[in-house]
Design a binder for this molecule. Structure first.
Ligand code: FAD
Ligand code: SIN
Length: 523
């Protein structure tokens, strides 16, 4: 089947939905989502969304904190843009129906997280993402120009390559005309032709054994743009959240929000001793890269699988009222966080790099924009400041929407696009081949390309990956399409990019810590 839409939006999280709401009065919009509309990473966000709201906070302080966390690699102009446009975007979120908590005086109840010098995190209890997803989803479903395609898995972007032309990587002349999409209910591949395409497919956390990311986070958009020969950057900067609940074998790991440390909770080793003072003067509230490395080091020194987060000195009623979901989750495991320490361990959480975009959200491929976690905007540098990703996503969805609307009339639907070519694919693959390869990739990434890396570990990771890559490409060419084989292929593409970019960075910086290049402020 062939569909024609003005705006094709791949992803239904904060980036995809907010872009759609902004372009929908100017043309038809199709939102593709590979499972349910609300099964996004956005929905799991806990801590909140950073924005300067009241004095003594200021734009300059938020900018300085972001740049400090980013360890010298943030683009200051982009940081300034996101920070100064944040309050306007928050107003829009509120107008669309999102609620943020207020205190007894009626002022917004602002939380503090690691690396922030002021209280500036707007939140809804400890489930801010759920609240934002709910509001955006309701609003989008009500718009007559927006049509949702759920259970539609985007396989690849359509470019000149599909018209038989040869295109070189990073060429300035690549154009996108739409995408091939697998309807996972009928197993047919539809062609979506579009004038403007937004990549809003989220992150890559599922590449690692322990992750806070939901199963949809397989980095499909980044892999698609890479295969279409667009520019991908900064993939070595994978952020590990310091405090996911220690629950072996459970995927995704339940997050214990950093806002809990902002509220006064303290990290301790299993023998009850504080340790963060050895690593940073901000102690438990240092930026994430520092805290995650410190925990990793303490766990390795002691041979432990977790450390503790201690809230037992805090007001029990206040704790329960601010963090009701964490309370409920802990109680379900027999942990009363007002009396017991919570066992926590670092988990893969966020990708700072991704599809390179400019200040208008434009990728290096004509007609394709990117926003949200799959985009690399220059905001986060080598390490994202807590609660800066939802705000970056919505600001970049806004600039991308403005640019898309402005240039819509210059784009036209492309004709003569061939239908999906499935010649030679007859094999119903043995699922074990896919699941085993996925396990191996996760093992490689977890063992060699995690919080602590070395030149030898990276080389070993690449050598192992080459074999799995060859086997998977061969399987893919012969197999009848399925989500699982496509996701494995995307995972391998992204793994390759992470390892390659980690090897190219001959220093330790931010989230990329390589023991062959010592870092100043740690260990
Ligand atoms: P997502 O919300 O992940 O949406 C991705 C969409 O793309 C989904 O609809 C998915 O179905 C679709 N998709 C993917 N691949 C395909 C495909 N091949 N075909 C079709 N559709 C596809 N950030 C903060 O700023 N503050 C927080 O408090 C915070 N807390 C967090 C807590 C947790 C547990 C986690 C995991 C992250 C948290 N983050 C937080 C990070 C933040 O939630 C994410 O970066 C952000 O929500 C990503 O939004 P997105 O719109 O880019 O993608
Ligand atoms: C958290 O609540 O700790 C997560 C915040 C984030 O990832 O920005």
């Amino acid at each position: 089947m062939i569909h024609k839409v003005d705006f094709l939006v791949i992803g239904s999280g904060i980036a995809g939905l907010s872009y759609s709401l902004k372009v929908a009065d100017h043309g038809t919009v199709a939102i593709l989502t590979k499972t349910d509309i609300d099964e996004t990473t956005t929905r799991y966000a806990q801590g909140g969304i950073a924005s300067v709201t009241y004095e003594p906070d200021s734009f300059e302080k938020h900018i300085a904190d972001t740049i400090d966390a980013g360890d010298g690699l943030c683009d200051e102009n982009i940081v300034r843009k996101v920070v100064t446009e944040a309050p306007g975007q928050i107003k829009e979120l509120i107008k669309w129906g999102s609620h943020f908590d207020k205190d007894k005086k009626g002022d917004y109840d602002l939380a503090k997280e690691g690396g922030h010098s002021e209280h500036r995190i707007l939140h809804h209890k400890d489930n801010t993402g759920y609240e934002i997803q709910r509001a955006l989803s309701e609003k989008s479903k009500a718009h007559p120009n927006i049509k949702f395609y759920k259970d539609y898995f985007t396989i690849d972007l359509i470019t000149q390559h599909h018209l038989g032309e040869k295109i070189a990587r990073k060429s300035k002349n690549i154009e996108c005309y739409g995408a091939y999409v697998l309807n996972t209910k009928t197993n047919e591949v539809d062609t979506f032709l579009s004038k403007k395409i937004l990549m809003a497919t989220g992150g890559i956390g599922t590449i690692y054994h322990v992750t806070t990311n939901p199963t949809i986070a397989t980095g499909d958009g980044i892999a698609m743009v890479y295969r279409a020969k667009g520019i991908i950057e900064n993939m070595e900067f994978v952020q590990f959240h310091p405090t996911s609940l220690y629950e072996p074998g459970v995927r995704p790991s339940f997050l214990i929000t950093e806002a809990l440390r902002g509220f006064g909770a303290i990290l301790k080793t299993t023998d009850g001793k504080e340790f963060m003072y050895k690593y940073d003067k901000r102690e438990s509230l240092a930026p994430r890269d520092i805290v995650a490395r410190a925990i990793d080091n303490e766990m390795k020194n002691k041979g432990d699988d977790y450390v503790y987060l201690d809230c037992t000195h805090l007001d029990p009623e206040e704790l329960k009222s601010h963090f009701p979901n964490i309370n409920a989750k802990c109680l379900s495991l027999g942990i009363d966080f007002t009396k017991d320490k919570i066992p926590v361990t670092p988990a893969a959480h966020y990708l700072c790099g991704g599809i390179k975009v400019d200040e208008y959200g434009r990728t290096t491929i004509k007609n394709i924009y990117a926003a949200g976690e799959n985009a690399s905007t220059g905001m986060h540098g080598a390490n994202r400041l807590a609660s800066n990703s939802l705000i970056e996503a919505i600001v970049f969805a806004d600039v991308a929407a403005k640019s898309s609307i402005k240039t819509l009339d210059n784009s036209a639907f492309k004709s003569n696009i061939p239908c999906w070519d499935d010649e030679g694919t007859s094999l119903t693959e043995e699922m074990v081949l896919i699941t085993q390869s996925l396990k191996e990739v996760r093992q490689i990434m977890t063992s060699y390309v995690g919080i602590v890396r070395s030149n030898l570990r990276l080389k070993r990771a690449l050598d192992r990956l080459v074999i799995i890559h060859r086997e998977t490409e061969d399987l893919y060419k012969r197999s009848i399409l399925s989500i699982k084989i496509c996701e494995l292929r995307n995972t391998i593409n992204n793994t390759y990019l992470i390892i390659k970019m980690a090897m190219q960075r001959k220093e330790s910086r931010g989230l990329h810590y390589n023991i062959d290049y010592p870092m100043k402020n740690i260990m």
